[in-house]
Design a protein around this ligand. Structure first.
Ligand code: 1WB
Ligand code: MN
Length: 341
């Protein structure tokens, strides 16, 4: 596409009928948490999210989505199986559906190699099998990274049982995108009211907590080259970074926090990049670029949860030099996801 900037949207959700059907089965499980509320709405037409018709947008890649991309000059989309991915399924179902979704995504990409690249799904419940699927996804399917939808059975990636995934990502030299799902059980109570549990607030609390757990848990001493991407304008972690850093130093000094080789600020700068998905606030963008450096911020739409036009208008209007805008719009994604320029 001949736009002034190459536009690569970096957090773009899709699904396949088999995963949608499995989530419809999950929607009939007893219980009541925010993930269940979401899947009941989107996948079982119960009141709420169903009205947003997200499912149509998730299942469609080559029709309406490509049309929207053409209309607004979006060159490429980095596609990933939408939250909660396969992480609400039992381990066997999760492995099977992750593999199937990856195969389907590879087919879509093969039909449109200049429009789509992929982030692989895998089932964290089975870390060894997940690591194998990660290798297949990069070496055979030629994907560009991985997607994990935050906690798995209320556990986070600072737990060493999941480290085979981190080891694989580091060895394969591809980033892991951590996207939200509903907060884990121990944290979700007060998030349940007033619609706060999902994208309004709970998602950011969940992934922000995940990121801080990984830094404070010393994950990046073990995997110094691991790159983690977080969306939704960094889930606000970098807004708190000065205080996280200061208080972690204090907590380490009095024996309340794990000793780490580097500081929390150093880990965030070395091991994280953020995307703008779902946050079209020029002041937040300006802060992010000043805090993290222009090389660590990537543009995203968050399709179909966010419309394409305003996401493009937001970045077009951002008061950046052409050089910086080219980085945020696509250059950084080329580097971080190894997308051919
Ligand atoms: C919503 C947003 C729902 C996102 C999602 O379900 C995801 C929402 C998986 O606006 O309700 C998202 O990624 O921002
Ligand atoms: Mn999102």
């Amino acid at each position: 596409m001949a736009g002034k900037f190459r536009k690569i949207a970096t957090e773009e959700a899709w699904s396949i009928p088999e995963v949608a059907e499995a989530l419809r089965t999950v929607s009939h499980y007893p219980g009541d948490n925010a993930d269940l509320a979401l899947v009941r709405g989107i996948y079982d037409n119960q009141p709420g999210y169903g009205a947003m018709r997200f499912l149509d947008g998730l299942l469609d890649v080559e029709q309406a989505r490509l049309g929207e991309m053409d209309k607004y000059g979006v060159d490429m989309a980095v596609l990933a199986l939408t939250a909660p991915g396969v992480q609400m399924f039992d381990a066997d179902t999760a492995c099977e559906l992750a593999t199937l979704a990856n195969d389907r995504l590879a087919e879509v990409i093969a039909r449109h190699p200049d429009r789509f690249v992929g982030l692989a799904s895998m089932a964290p419940h089975s870390p060894k099998r997940a690591a194998k699927e990660m290798e297949r996804a990069i070496n055979q399917l030629k994907f560009n990274g991985f997607m994990i939808n935050s906690h798995t059975n209320n556990e986070y990636l600072d737990n060493p049982k999941y480290w085979p995934l981190l080891e694989a990502a580091e060895a394969l030299d591809r980033p892991i995108y951590i996207h939200p799902r509903a907060a884990s059980d121990g944290m979700s109570g007060p998030l349940r009211d007033y619609g706060m549990d999902s994208a309004m607030w709970g998602y950011g609390v969940e992934v922000g907590t995940h990121a801080v757990r990984m830094m404070a848990g010393g994950v990046f001493d073990q995997f110094p080259k691991l790159k983690i991407i977080i969306g939704h304008m960094g889930e606000a972690v970098h807004f708190w970074l000065w205080r996280i850093n200061f208080m972690n130093t204090r907590a380490q000094a009095i024996g309340r926090a794990k000793k780490t080789k580097l500081s929390m600020a150093e880990y965030f700068h070395n091991n994280f990049a953020i995307t703008t998905s779902g946050v079209e606030d020029p002041i937040a963008l300006d802060y992010s670029i000043r805090k993290l450096g222009v090389d660590n911020v990537m543009w995203a739409i968050d399709y179909p949860y966010q419309p394409t036009g305003p996401a493009v208008a937001f970045m077009d209007a951002a008061p950046l030099s052409d050089e910086d805008k080219a980085k945020v719009y696509g250059g950084n994604a080329e580097r971080i996801f190894h997308i051919k320029s």
